[in-house]
Design a protein around this ligand. Structure first.
Ligand code: PRP
Ligand code: ZN
Length: 300
């Protein structure tokens, strides 16, 4: 069974858009796990980590109650629940450790194409259907707008045609759903991506070492996603120009080239992606034999 005292519990989405990416992130951190028969718990084999596969709406509450030490969920859910907890007087239900740079989407108003409302200024007195009542109410209050919020737990885009609302406020990723329902996307009120949240309770000493290691590895995984290792030959007097062209580069390694006096080999780690334009610019200042290599692991 689950050992609460020594094993780290991480809540992740059971099935949905974030599941595959969340698991991939943990696997890149080195986690190997087996899943139980009903698939709701994954047991780490090489780390004291257990995965709890739950509905994403439940993740913030599980972390806030310290049932799970960590949770991976969309900022949309994390923020919605944070506002709900805040209304109950709970100010720090969890801490957000990292924005994970996947699962990007946005929470936007949607106006039925032939409906009476086409901009936020026209919202007063109208009905807004949403699964994010706390975020929407918070937004309305910040803009001093008064409108009715009608709560739907899913399939929000059907609300206007059912006569339940005048507009909607829902997540948009590709925009296909709104378009298919003849709804025009309006103002965005929240830019969302997947985030890692942590319990408000101090991690017990038995688990602290592994939590720290896991967080460091997650940071490493995020860094290597964009990072590249670049090698090139360069004229000695072009080194300053080259450094200026490489985004987020750390101090380069400069090596002599056998039998060549005016050129050196330059090796450098770049913390950002390298585009063709940069390679062309490097060539223009005299670099040759430029190689850009992906980095597999990195530990700061
Ligand atoms: C979300 C959202 C929209 C859709 C938007 O729903 O509520 O319906 O995705 O994506 P698109 O812009 O790429 O079309 P989800 O699939 O998460 O299910 P739900 O509506 O039941 O929450
Ligand atoms: Zn939906």
């Amino acid at each position: 069974m689950i050992d609460k005292r020594t094993r780290i519990k991480i809540a992740i989405q059971k099935s949905g858009r974030l599941t595959a990416h969340s698991l991939e992130l943990l696997e890149q951190c080195g986690l190997k796990y087996t899943r139980d028969r009903d698939q709701l718990i994954g047991y780490g084999e090489n780390m004291p980590v257990d995965l709890l596969f739950v509905r994403d709406d439940d993740i913030p509450g599980l972390v806030r109650d310290d049932v799970c030490d960590l949770g991976i969920a969309g900022l949309n859910i994390v923020e919605e629940k944070r506002l709900e907890f805040l209304a109950d007087g709970i100010e720090q239900p969890y801490t957000q450790v990292y924005a994970l740079d996947f699962g990007h989407c946005r929470l936007s108003f949607g106006y039925p194409e032939d409906g009476p409302v086409q901009a936020i200024e026209q919202l007063p007195g109208k009905r807004i259907a949403t699964s994010y009542p706390w975020i929407v109410r918070d937004y309305l209050a910040s803009r001093d707008l008064q409108a009715d919020v009608v709560e739907f737990s899913g399939a929000v885009e059907i609300a206007p045609s059912l006569g339940r609302s005048d507009v909607i406020c829902d997540l948009v990723s590709t925009g296909t759903t709104m378009k298919a329902n003849r709804i025009r996307e309006g103002e965005t009120i929240l830019e969302s991506e997947c985030v890692l949240i942590k319990t408000p309770v101090d991690i017990p000493p038995e688990k602290l070492d592994w939590v720290d290691r896991l967080l460091q590895r997650i940071e490493g995984v995020m860094q290597v996603r964009e990072s590249k290792y670049i090698m090139m030959h360069a004229p000695k007097d072009a080194l300053a120009d080259i450094a200026a062209l490489l985004p987020g580069a750390e101090s380069p390694t400069v090596l002599p080239l056998e039998g060549v006096d005016d050129k050196v080999a330059v090796h450098v780690v770049c913390r950002e992606n390298i585009f063709w334009e940069t390679l062309e610019a490097l060539k223009a200042v005299g670099a040759s034999s430029v190689l850009v290599v992906p980095i597999e692991k990195m530990l700061a």
